[in-house]
Write a protein that binds this ligand. Structure first.
Ligand code: 5GP
Ligand code: MG
Length: 178
């Protein structure tokens, strides 16, 4: 059985995501913005973030990509593969990549390269969570970070373990119990 211990409440997340939207709105004024969210983990974060962006009169185009890394489900592994690429033209546009969690940076590095290769004018990165000290790609930095989390496996608010726990309104630490 899985036990999930709450780390950030739904209210804390909501406040933080609103603050991130304010920060984003300061830097992307009057640019043609495309939000590209990385499925599946960021779907709830992205849904909240774009609605908070609308409060600041940002009306982005929204697209989704799906990347997968080979290996175990609780550790990120080396090789990234695009299962679903961009559906809209990002040429000369300003892209905000949205992901659930930045760990080694490999996933977002792959995504950023993909978006630049598609002709984006500039790319920024917003992540809900970052695990400090785990980034093996020092040149890959998130511009907007929700929370810096300890090096524990977290679920909820879109984040999964084996496609479960995404529905939890809070973010919690997953503990396995037999
Ligand atoms: P990176 O490529 O930066 O090493 O790995 C980032 C990806 O690994 C995230 O998008 C997420 O899918 C997964 N990941 C890393 N840590 C966690 C975690 O604590 N919980 C969950 N659910 N996924 C994680
Ligand atoms: Mg992910």
């Amino acid at each position: 059985m899985d036990k999930v211990t709450e780390l950030y409440t739904a209210e804390e997340i909501s406040r933080r995501v609103k603050a991130m939207a304010s920060d984003i709105a300061v830097t992307v004024t009057d640019k043609e913005l495309v939000v590209v969210a990385l499925l599946n983990g960021s779907f709830i974060f992205a849904a909240d973030l774009i609605r908070d962006l609308s409060i600041h009169n940002l009306n982005p185009q929204v697209d989704f990509i799906t990347l997968a890394s080979y290996g175990s489900s609780t550790k990120s592994s080396g090789k990234i593969q695009a299962l679903k690429g961009l559906s809209i033209d990002v040429k000369n546009k300003y892209v905000l990549l949205v992901d659930d969690i930045l760990e080694s940076g490999r996933t977002l590095e792959f995504a950023r390269k993909m978006v630049f290769e598609a002709g984006a004018a500039d790319v920024s990165i917003a992540v809900l969570l970052e695990k400090p000290g785990k980034n093996t790609k020092p040149e890959l930095k998130a511009d907007f970070i929700g929370f810096k989390v300890p090096d524990l496996f977290v679920v909820g608010y879109g984040l999964d373990y084996a496609n479960r726990h995404r529905e939890l309104p809070y973010i919690g630490v997953l503990e396995h119990t037999e």
